[in-house]
Design a protein. Structure first.
Length: 144
């Protein structure tokens, strides 16, 4: 399992390829030590709680590369400008390309509380993004 998260002290984006056996991670910028919580009762490849902040609320989203999505929309905009009033062709092509890429993208799990992203593990049944739950964490109505 690999992880992408922000250092709680300096907000530097950090990546770690394998956290199954890691006890802690050290931020290379500010040198803060981040303790990882492992839950021995669970399969090491399953993720039931966030190892960074211990939050139990996680959601699944597609690991769709944002730069590719922006590139597709930009190309569609250029086609629309060049072909004048044939915007429907660009719209249809964009939707098809977007759909095909989306179907090929794997899932990742994200923590509502600390926004950590987890890839390459066994996915358990989990819902997609819940705006209400996100807002409650954002407004500090929910604590870990």
């Amino acid at each position: 399992m690999n992880i992408k998260f922000q250092c709680p002290k300096c907000q530097t984006e950090l990546r770690q390829d394998s956290i199954e056996n890691a006890e802690q991670l050290v931020c290379p910028r500010c040198k803060k030590t981040i303790q990882l919580k492992h839950f021995p009762e669970a399969d090491p490849k399953e993720l039931r709680q966030c190892p960074v902040c211990e939050a139990a609320h996680l959601y699944i989203q597609k690991d769709f590369p944002k730069k590719i999505g922006i590139g597709i929309v930009t190309i569609a905009g250029i086609i629309t400008i060049l072909w004048d009033h044939r915007y429907y062709i660009a719209l249809i092509l964009t939707a098809i390309i977007d759909f095909l890429i989306y179907q090929k993208c794997p899932n990742l799990t994200k923590c509502y509380h600390c926004q950590s992203e987890y890839r390459n593990y066994i996915h358990i049944d989990r819902d997609g993004f819940d705006l209400n739950l996100h807002e409650r964490y954002k407004n500090k109505e929910l604590n870990v």
